[in-house]
Design a protein around this ligand. Structure first.
Ligand code: FES
Ligand code: FE
Length: 445
């Protein structure tokens, strides 16, 4: 297979195509495992999930069983969930609090710092046997960014800060915004479901502004109906569109910002009581005061949806703030994990509204998720027409700035995917090259 021809772009013609074997080939899926998932920084979990010493969460990351645990010393660590003795998993529950993790097979015990502290019948081992040589293993690189913990299984990984790069600026808008309300915490529970589609379709879908008016028609009319019942003005979709943009960031990240009113963090919704609207107005003022008029307004009024390459969506929107992660289980099947975050000190009414909207839109039984699942599975079925080889991801290549229904964020993803699949660390360029708009206009005459 000629990997170099899987993504083909032609800036002069404004064309960007992805070969559909990328979504159906077993061979590509195996290469992705080795060249992408074994080399990228991958999200494991959030600080707020393990607030107390001994708290742990079991996670599967790039097929490895892991444990995220807060030690007695307060430090968060990530261990391989496999006993150094003969392999059994030392954490057998998805979450819990434990002073020690005791392997159920032969009873070796480890403390929350991963040290082996007890071996039944230790006299059976030679005098050279040292507990210090049999601590729990840890991935080659573990690091965190503002409460978000990541791992990287590659020895020669770039630093996490380097990898996230400019994405940090976008993340900071959401992370700083909640600081005035005690910071974000993940609420109990998570959503977990499978989709019969290739994982990269979820990367695209998580930052796709183009499908909103078509796939999510039912949701949009539900919201319009609610506005009407509340006696509120209709949402000016034109104004929302004008205040929205797509963006691309180095290393395959990218997303959209949407100027949508009614964000729980600091833009009042017409459905709230006067008291809640006043409270949110006060929060907005605090943001403007603390972070300046421009950045404060950006935090308060704009939604941001971003993918962190390869498999994390960071979505701070009018329907709540969530992390969504997807894992390939073969070329035509993926698993989704989704967590909701709320500001610790948020007003109860707004808190309830946030959760209600999130469930209504992105819960597995909400308005959006089943429609998105249907769309993605439909694409995957379409790919079975294997003689039809190409998908088009060229929308907006000829214009700057990019509109929110353009696809520059997906091109950033695909360029990085293509570079890594061929064994490179980074795409040669993540942005659209300066497109000869004038030349295109000439051509169209
Ligand atoms: Fe864990 Fe033997 S495999 S104690
Ligand atoms: Fe959608």
């Amino acid at each position: 297979m000629d990997l170099s021809k899987l993504v083909v772009e032609d800036a002069a013609r404004g064309s960007f195509r992805v070969h559909r074997s990328a979504m159906i080939s077993e061979e590509i899926c195996a290469l992705e495992r080795e060249r992408i998932f074994d080399r990228c920084w991958l999200y494991v979990g959030h600080d707020s999930e393990i607030p107390k010493p001994g708290d742990f969460r079991r996670r599967t990351v790039a097929e490895r069983p892991l444990v995220l645990i807060r030690g007695r010393d307060g430090r968060v660590r990530v261990f391989y969930n496999t006993c150094p003795h003969r392999g059994a998993m030392v954490a057998r529950q998805d979450k819990g609090n434990a002073d020690t993790l005791t392997c159920f097979y032969h009873g070796w015990s480890f403390n929350s710092q991963g040290e082996l502290i007890a071996v039944p019948e230790q006299a059976g081992y030679s005098t050279q046997f040292s507990k210090a040589d049999h601590a729990l293993g840890t991935p080659p690189h573990v690091d965190s960014y503002r409460g978000m913990h990541f791992v990287n299984f590659s020895i020669d990984a770039p630093s996490l800060a380097d990898w996230l790069g400019e994405a940090k600026t976008i993340m900071d808008l959401s992370l700083d915004a909640a600081d005035v309300l005690g910071g974000w915490e993940i609420i109990r529970g998570s959503a977990k479901y499978d989709i019969r589609a290739n994982w990269k379709l979820m990367a695209e879908n998580s930052v796709d502004g183009y499908h909103l008016p078509t796939v999510h028609q039912t949701y949009l009319s539900y919201i319009a109906q609610r506005h009407k019942m509340a006696g509120a003005a209709r949402i000016n979709t034109n104004a929302v569109y004008k205040a929205s943009r797509s963006f691309a960031i180095a290393n395959g990240h990218g997303g959209i910002t949407v100027g949508m009113p009614g964000r729980p963090i600091a833009s009042p919704s017409p459905f709230w009581t006067e008291e809640a609207i006043a409270e949110v107005g006060r929060i907005r003022e605090r943001l403007l005061e603390r972070f300046g008029a421009e950045r404060g307004a950006e935090m308060a009024d704009n939604s941001r949806l971003m993918i962190i390459f390869p498999n994390l969506a960071f979505q701070d929107t009018h329907s709540g703030f969530r992390f969504r992660q997807w894992w390939p289980k073969g070329p035509g099947l993926m698993e989704i994990n989704q967590w909701e975050l709320v500001p610790r000190e948020e007003n109860e009414e707004i808190h309830a509204y946030r959760q209600e909207l999130s469930l209504a839109f992105l819960g597995p039984g909400g308005f959006a998720t089943p429609d998105d699942v249907e769309a993605l599975e439909s694409c995957q079925t379409g790919f079975k027409a294997r003689e039809f080889e190409w998908s088009d991801v060229s929308r907006g290549m000829h214009r700057q700035p990019q509109q929110s229904d353009d696809e520059i964020q997906m091109r950033s993803f695909w360029r990085q995917w293509h570079a890594m699949l061929q064994g490179h660390a980074r795409a040669a360029h993540f942005d659209d090259p300066a497109t000869p708009v004038a030349a295109l206009a000439e051509e169209r005459k």
